[in-house]
Write a new protein. Structure first.
Length: 603
């Protein structure tokens, strides 16, 4: 554990490292770590040397700023690269040897004909339990492999006839197979064959197997897997067939399971719409899910009907719309736009036309059939700015909950507001590497602590996810905001580029959010960062639609602020200086205050 006192002194320590009085020679390599492997022809090489020192790498002069910071886009040769770094100042030198491997998959030669081991797909079992109900796209199987270029390739499933494959690029062969209706397979192998330029033919079976039959089943989300009301953990999400996130289940949600792809079950949400769910998050039973029996929509009276968790979180005064389904727990998605929420139900018959639902926040409720077994409920709201929402099952009903706008004092708009500030990373989670060797977890904390002071001085209740160098899980940070009935969850981070990205010129702030309700406060914080710290650079700005653990929670406004880049020397100077940390904290607090002031003024 890092004592709080030491955390607050990090800026001063960093400034001392930049001082010409620091001991020489100093040589810090912040990234990459020793023995790093990268699949690109360059690597980001960053760190610092003593101010005024020279740096050579393999005898080649490297560009270093006068204060000793360096960020390099260093070329790599295929295979092992031994980089000898030498820094010299005042006639003294120090050195370090760094080993970085550039992984390169060399193409197979045209002769002799060969297949690359481990390149064949499918790699997992493919099971089609209800092919008659699948569309052709849902009965597809991708077959591919790498082998000698310039050959003729084919594949067959089980004892079926060979089918041609295309060479989509030199040495890469691919084909799409559609399961024929009425066909029966039981653990059938997928065998590929390649006839090369030397006239020889080689064949090999892919690891995956193909099966049909058994009929559809019911997959039920296991008890205890879904935490919180609107945390939306990626671990339990359902994805499209190409891996994009689609929906977040609730405990007991039932799905029509119609197949298996490797470790995932394929579930049919509606005709022609399949999704993948990890098999170990559901219980599988034979038979069809319980059919929904929709009833008229009703409103809960204020303060009534909440679950124990909701009532503990103080959500009794929220707008709560009940959708009776007769006990069926159907999968659904939620979408938000300005003044509107759309709930899409899969596997549902048409919903009754809503009657008049009287509530100051609710302008109208409309239902629409989007397609067979797909219904949409649209709530049009009187407030354009959203403050939080979620949906879940209570007994026989699906309940859609919407937070009401807070009552704000125009003279003290932050009074009574609950804000969770989350200093990113901490404990065993180091975060990105900085040029001075200080990792992200040390740099976010002082900014969050100071921003909390500034917000508290304006009447806000500020809760910190950590106040020292503690390990805190991502979901625990989300649950803290949800269970304390926070208005905002603001997570503070510093950006770092992944391998394969040229760092030169990439700098400045970025603000990420998933739901439109976070756009206004994200814009306000970004504006303050740009105005107070123009030296950071303009940055990439707003990043809507993010799929991040700390932006997905919907029970309150949630966003993640990347204050600056750890891979830019100018940004690092700001984040490591006490003056820079103060301005960053003022920008975060100022943006939040600006957002509430605008809301209080009705803008």
């Amino acid at each position: 554990m890092l004592p709080l006192r030491r955390s607050l002194l990090l800026g001063a320590v960093s400034a001392a490292l930049l001082s010409p009085a620091a001991a020489a020679p100093r040589l810090i390599v912040a990234y990459p770590p020793e023995g790093h492997r990268v699949a690109y022809d360059h690597v980001i090489l960053e760190g610092s040397v003593s101010p005024g020192a020279r740096l050579t790498i393999g005898g080649r002069a490297a560009e270093v700023a006068p204060d000793g910071l360096y960020t390099l886009w260093w070329p790599l040769s295929p295979g092992l690269n031994t980089l000898r770094l030498v820094t010299t100042v005042g006639g003294e030198s120090s050195s370090r040897v760094l080993h970085v491997t550039r992984t390169v998959t060399a193409p197979l030669p045209a002769r002799p004909t060969a297949l690359r081991p481990g390149s064949l797909t499918p790699t997992g079992r493919m099971e089609f339990w209800d092919p008659a109900g699948d569309s052709p796209a849902e009965r597809q199987l991708e077959v591919s492999f790498e082998g000698s270029p310039g050959g003729r390739a084919s594949f067959r499933v089980g004892s079926g006839a060979p089918q041609a494959m295309r060479e989509v690029r030199p040495g890469r062969y691919s084909a799409t197979w559609v399961l024929p209706l009425g066909s029966v397979f039981d653990q059938a192998s997928v065998t590929v064959s390649l006839t090369g330029q030397d006239g020889k033919t080689v064949s090999q079976a892919a690891p995956g197997r193909v099966s049909t039959g058994t009929g559809p089943a019911t997959a039920t989300q296991l008890a205890g897997t879904v935490r919180g009301l609107g945390v939306n953990e990626a671990e339990y999400s359902l994805t499209t067939l190409d891996g994009r996130p689609l929906l977040y289940p609730r405990e007991g949600t039932t799905f029509l399971a119609v197949g298996r792809q490797g470790n995932d079950l394929r579930v049919r949400l509606a005709p022609g719409l399949s999704a993948l769910v990890t098999a170990d998050q559901v219980a599988l039973t034979r038979g069809l899910p319980l059919a929904a029996q929709p009833g008229p929509l009703v409103l809960d009276p204020s303060g009534a009907g909440g679950t124990g968790l909701e009532m503990a979180a103080g959500t009794g005064d929220d707008l709560r719309v009940r959708v009776p389904l007769g006990g069926a727990r159907l999968p659904f998605t939620l979408e938000q736009s300005a003044g509107q929420l759309d709930l899409t139900l899969y596997g549902a018959p048409p919903l009754p036309t809503p009657g008049e639902l009287r509530d100051p926040l609710l302008v109208s409720a409309e239902v629409k059939t989007l397609g067979l077994d797909t219904q949409r409920l649209t709530l049009r709201l009187s407030a354009a700015q959203g403050w939080g929402f979620h949906a879940g099952y209570e007994g026989n009903d699906l309940v859609l909950t919407v937070r009401r706008p807070p009552v704000l004092d125009p003279l003290r708009p932050l009074a009574g507001r609950v804000i969770v500030l989350d200093p990113g990373h901490g404990g065993t989670n180091m975060g990105g590497a900085g040029l001075l060797g200080l990792t992200e977890k040390y740099l976010t904390l002082p900014v969050a602590l100071r921003a909390a002071e500034l917000l508290r001085a304006q009447g806000a209740t500020v809760i910190l996810s950590r106040e020292r160098d503690d390990s805190v899980g991502l979901t625990e940070r989300d649950l803290l905001a949800e269970q304390t009935r926070a208005d905002l969850l603001v997570s503070l981070h510093y950006n770092a580029l992944p391998d394969g990205n040229d760092p030169r010129g990439i700098r400045g702030p970025e603000v990420y959010y998933t739901w439109p309700q976070a756009q206004a406060v994200a814009s306000a914080i970004l504006s303050e960062l740009r105005a107070r710290l123009p030296e950071l650079g303009i940055g990439a700005g707003l990043r809507p639609g993010a799929n991040l653990a700390l932006t997905r929670p919907s029970t309150q406004i949630s966003l993640l602020v990347e204050l600056a880049y750890l891979t830019d020397a100018g940004n690092v100077r700001v984040m490591n200086s006490p003056g820079g940390q103060e301005k960053l904290a003022q920008a975060v607090a100022g943006g939040i205050a600006q957002f509430y002031a605008a809301q209080a003024a009705g803008r």
